[in-house]
Write a protein that binds this ligand. Structure first.
Ligand code: SAM
Length: 258
C-alpha cells in the first residue's frame, strides 16, 4: 500500500470501516474503494454525471441471466444494453472480450444486421503479462466467448491481437459504439483510447469501464479527467462507466492517431 492509498483509506475512516476491518479484513479494500467512488460521484469530484441516452418507455433490454465475472456489474450491463438499443449502432467494437458477457449484451440488443468486433490477446501472448495484477488474473481466468456460445449467439468477430500492436486503420471512422475494457494501466488505456478514437465514426460514443477507482486504477481516472479538460467526458451515476462523444475525442486525439 502506498501513501496515496493509505490517505484514501484514512479519508473514509468511520465506525463501520473499523468494524469491517476487525470482522472481515479481506473485504476492507473493496468497501473503501466503493465508498470513495460514491463520495466522488456525490461530491461532484472528477467527471460530471450524465447518462448517454434517454430511452423511451416502450424500450426493453435483454441481459444474460448468468454472470461469469469480468468485472462488469448488472447495472453496467443494463447501461450498455440501453445505449445499444437506443443508438442502434451499425458497428460495435470492444477491447477486452474475456468470457464475452458484454459481447453477448451487444448482440442481444443490437440490430440483426449490425457488426460486433471484440478484441482480446491471443493465447500465446498470455506471457505478455499486463502490468496490473488484477489484469493478469483476468487474462489467466478468461474462457473467451463462453457466454455467447452458451446462448447460441454467433454474430460477432473475435480479433486476437495485443491492443498495443493492433492496427486500427482497417476500421477507421466506422465504429458507432466502442467499449474500452482490456488492460487498465495507463499505457494501455492511452493506447486503446487513441486507437478507438481513430476507429470511431463522428456520431459514435466511446465507453470506458473501471472509471473512478483508486490505487492501481487511479491513473486511468486521472487520464480521463485530463482528457475531459479538452473534450467533454461524463460518468454514469452508480456505475464505473465513463463515456464521451467520438466527435470531440477524434479531433482532440487526431494528431496522435493519424
Ligand atoms: C475486464 S476483461 C473484459 C470483460 C468484458 N468486457 C466483459 O465484461 O464481459 C479484460 C480482457 O482484456 C484482455 N486483455 C488484457 N490485456 C489486453 C491487451 N493488451 N490487448 C487485448 N486484450 C487484452 C484480457 O485477456 C481480458 O479478457
Amino acid at each position: 500500500m502506498n501513501v496515496k492509498e493509505a490517505l484514501d483509506g484514512l479519508s473514509c475512516l468511520s465506525v463501520a470501516t473499523i468494524r469491517l476491518a476487525l470482522r472481515r479484513p479481506s473485504e476492507l479494500r473493496r468497501y473503501v474503494t466503493h465508498c470513495l467512488r460514491k463520495y466522488d460521484e456525490l461530491a461532484w469530484n472528477g467527471l460530471p454525471c450524465r447518462g448517454p441516452v434517454t430511452p423511451t418507455e416502450d424500450i426493453t433490454v435483454t441481459i444474460p441471466a448468468h454472470h461469469s465475472g469480468g468485472g462488469m456489474s448488472f447495472d453496467e450491463l443494463v447501461m450498455l444494453a440501453r445505449a445499444t438499443r437506443v443508438l442502434r449502432p451499425k458497428t460495435i467494437f470492444e477491447m477486452g472480450t474475456y468470457n464475452g458477457l458484454t459481447t453477448a449484451v451487444f448482440e442481444l440488443n443490437s440490430e440483426p444486421n449490425s457488426r460486433i468486433l471484440t478484441l482480446d490477446l491471443p493465447p500465446a501472448e498470455s506471457e505478455n503479462r499486463p502490468a496490473l495484477a488484477s489484469d493478469q488474473e483476468l487474462v489467466a481466468s478468461r474462457r473467451l466467448l463462453s457466454i455467447p456460445r452458451a446462448l447460441g449467439l454467433s454474430r460477432y468477430t473475435q480479433l486476437m491481437c495485443d491492443s498495443m500492436r493492433f492496427d486500427p486503420s482497417p476500421y477507421a471512422d466506422s465504429v458507432d459504439l466502442g467499449l474500452i475494457d482490456a488492460a487498465h494501466d495507463l499505457d494501455h488505456v492511452q493506447n486503446d483510447t487513441r486507437k478507438m478514437a481513430r476507429m470511431m465514426s463522428e456520431s459514435g460514443i466511446i465507453f470506458w469501464h473501471d472509471y473512478g477507482g483508486k490505487g492501481a486504477l487511479r491513473p486511468l481516472a486521472s487520464y480521463l479527467e485530463g482528457l475531459a479538460k479538452r473534450c467533454p467526458l461524463y460518468r454514469i451515476p452508480g456505475t464505473t462507466l465513463a463515456w464521451g462523444s467520438a466527435r470531440e475525442l477524434k479531433s482532440e486525439l487526431q494528431e496522435v492517431t493519424s
